[in-house]
Design a protein around this ligand. Structure first.
Ligand SMILES: [Zn+2]
Length: 149
């Protein structure tokens, strides 16, 4: 059940609007975060996390490295403790946290826990860096020093 939450295919309407796209760059540049996704060779839908089959047309999908930077598309606050398992409360116990969709440059939205110091700082459109790990990906605000180096 939890797996379904973090899976979101590219909105087909945005694909149509974007038109033909350049070939994806598979190599990560510098220390920018990269997420392992997949892109359908048939209909060009991009998904995260990676999957062998396209969720839209069922065709084969190839691994693609997604830039782990994007902007906050929408978000909400999780105010009650999720069911455990799969949720594992932190050592200090459950505290409300922000959960959102980060829209990456690759035209795919990734669900992630937002690591922010203050929930009042969260804004739609804010720049975020997404990192994958065990469980749901985490996103934290992109700092100027990261962008500059
Ligand atoms: Zn497809």
């Amino acid at each position: 059940m939890a797996g379904a939450l973090i899976r979101m295919a590219t909105d087909p309407r945005s694909q149509a609007a974007a038109g033909p796209r350049a070939a994806p760059v598979l190599k990560a540049t510098g220390h920018r975060p990269v997420l392992q996704g997949a892109r359908c060779s048939g209909c060009s839908v991009t998904v995260y996390p990676a999957d062998d089959a396209c969720p839209r047309c069922g065709g084969p999908a190839d691994p693609v490295a997604l830039q782990g930077t994007g902007t906050l598309w929408t978000w909400t606050v999780q105010r009650y403790e999720p069911k455990s398992p799969p949720y594992e409360p932190p050592p200090g116990g459950f505290e409300p946290f922000a959960l959102g969709y980060v829209e990456l440059a690759d035209d795919v939205r990734v669900a992630a826990v937002l690591d922010v110091d203050d929930l009042d700082d969260v804004r739609i459109g804010m720049a975020l860096s997404v990192t994958a790990g065990p469980g749901v990906p985490r996103a934290r605000p992109t700092t100027l020093s990261e962008e500059g180096s």
